[in-house]
Design a protein around this ligand. Structure first.
Ligand code: NDP
Length: 446
């Protein structure tokens, strides 16, 4: 088996050199899915995983725009249309200086499995730009988004490819992107998700990824006769996912000790409550300030510059910032401090060595493609509401989200159950794979 995996990875590597994040994501899937393929005649010999790692289409384009000093700026835009076997391409747009082909291909590849796990009809895609919205004025962000959409619009559509938000793309950016798409196409369609509620958005979409991570973590704990109530939680990030993960933890009676941004972490020993979190949301989402400003109102808290939250002892860890933010030394600290469960809010935030350390120390570990699927799941519900020209209530969407997260957990149990423990990585990868592979086989060699 080892030879089959190594040969496969060597072939992928030779075609995708200098793409470390993409190879990392493919390796994790190959290690769990190839043994399954070998044991199942319908998949064996079909080169099915080799087809899945090759994007159906990659679009790369120039995004020129004019800044407030009237200087011409040039960024690079991308859309990776990875797999459309079970539905139109679906996945977010990321605006961050670290964006490159490797990062977007890893995200698009993960998205195939995640979208399949939701049970909704969505293929996998991802896109973005190396543009950094941080420090830009609203009009600069608008001009960038308009220029970006002026090329992207010809590649997307409500039955073809439906982007959403991700790092650096929140409701403001989705608004500008949607406005430009509508102007260019002269039509009002559900071409993006994460829209404002008054113009086609779904209730609970902003909350969905963060809430979903906590629902999944609670499912995992409940299955092991535990619960999130009264647990201490360390969360990284302070963006969309982190904020709503914190909100749901607080609602379920847990004590949230930390949040972070790229300049360091905030530690509030008393725990965040709804009022403190509302203040953080205002600072980050409205004033667009850095996290340490929190201390001006709550001086009893502490801010640790250039440090990671994983040095704080907590029962539960929810990495909600970015890829590879939690490495083996962080994992060792968490385990030594008694961490019981890790639920990934971000995509691939734990390195392979960190994951192995959690698993060998019986820490419940949920991979992002399962635990953060709530965001794209509610995006799928937003698409359904747009098609119906109808809006569901907050409770209806939240109930569906809970049900989807519970179903994903059940799928992980089905494919990931071992003799003594549940391997959620294996469970999520195989469950996600089977549905897409079956569709690809039915559709012939394309
Ligand atoms: P946001 O842009 O809202 O927030 C990102 C947060 O992560 C910020 O606090 C940011 O800090 C921090 N961060 C980003 N990059 C880095 C970095 N290189 N080093 C340290 N900190 C960093 O993004 P989201 O909350 O939407 O996304 C967070 C993660 O969740 C990503 O991995 C994303 O792919 C994943 N995800 C998001 C979904 C969604 O619905 N939004 C759905 C599924 C997954 P700073 O402000 O200082 O940059």
């Amino acid at each position: 088996m080892e030879k089959i995996i190594n040969d496969f990875l060597a072939q992928v590597e030779s075609r995708n050199q200098n793409e470390p994040e993409f190879l990392q994501a493919v390796t994790e899937v190959a290690e769990t899915v190839l043994p399954y393929i070998v044991q199942h005649d319908i998949y064996y010999g079909q080169n099915i995983l080799l087809r899945m790692v090759e994007p159906e289409r990659v679009v790369s384009f120039r995004v020129a725009w004019i800044d407030d000093q009237e200087k011409i700026q040039v960024n690079r835009g991308y859309r990776i249309e990875m797999n459309s076997a079970i539905g139109p391409y679906k996945g977010g747009l990321r605006f961050h200086p670290s964006v490159n082909l490797s990062v977007l291909k890893f995200l698009a590849f993960e998205q195939i499995f995640k979208n399949s796990l939701t049970t909704l009809p969505m293929g996998g895609g991802k896109g973005g730009s190396d543009f950094d919205p941080k420090g830009k004025s609203d009009t600069e962000v608008m001009r960038f988004c308009q220029s970006f959409m002026t090329e992207l619009f010809r590649h997307i559509g409500p039955n073809r490819d439906i982007p959403a938000g991700d790092i650096g793309v929140g409701s403001r950016e989705i608004g500008y992107l949607f406005g430009q798409y509508k102007r260019l196409k002269n039509e009002f369609t559900g071409v993006l998700t994460g829209k404002g509620v008054s113009w086609g958005g779904s209730l609970i979409r902003p909350e969905a990824t963060g809430y979903g991570v906590v629902y999944f973590t609670e499912n995992m704990l409940n299955h092991h006769n535990e619960s999130i109530k009264d647990k201490t939680v360390v969360i990284s990030g302070s963006g969309n996912v982190a904020q709503f993960a914190a909100e749901k933890c607080i609602q379920l009676g847990a004590k949230v000790l930390t949040l972070s941004d790229s300049s360091g972490y905030l530690y509030d020993a008393e725990g965040l409550n709804e009022e403190k979190l509302a203040h953080i949301m205002h600072l980050k989402n409205v004033e667009r300030k850095r996290l340490h400003i929190y201390l001006e109102k709550y001086p009893k808290a502490a801010f640790f510059p250039n440090k990671k939250v994983w040095e704080v002892a907590g029962d539960i860890a929810l990495p909600c910032a970015t890829q590879n933010e939690l490495d083996i030394s962080d994992a060792k600290k968490l385990v030594a401090n008694g961490c019981q469960a890790v639920g990934e809010g971000a995509n691939m935030p734990c390195t392979p060595e960190a994951i192995a350390h959690f698993q060998s120390n019986n820490v419940l570990y949920a991979p992002g493609k399962a635990s953060n699927a709530g965001g794209v799941a509610v995006s799928g519900l937003e698409m359904a509401q747009n098609s119906l020209r109808y809006s569901w209530t907050r409770k209806q969407v939240d109930d569906k989200l809970k049900e989807i997260m519970a179903d994903i957990h059940t799928s992980c149990l089905h494919y990931g159950a071992g003799e003594n423990h549940i391997n959620y990585v294996k469970g999520a990868n195989i469950a996600g794979f089977v549905k897409v592979a079956d569709a690809m086989l039915a559709q012939g060699v394309v």
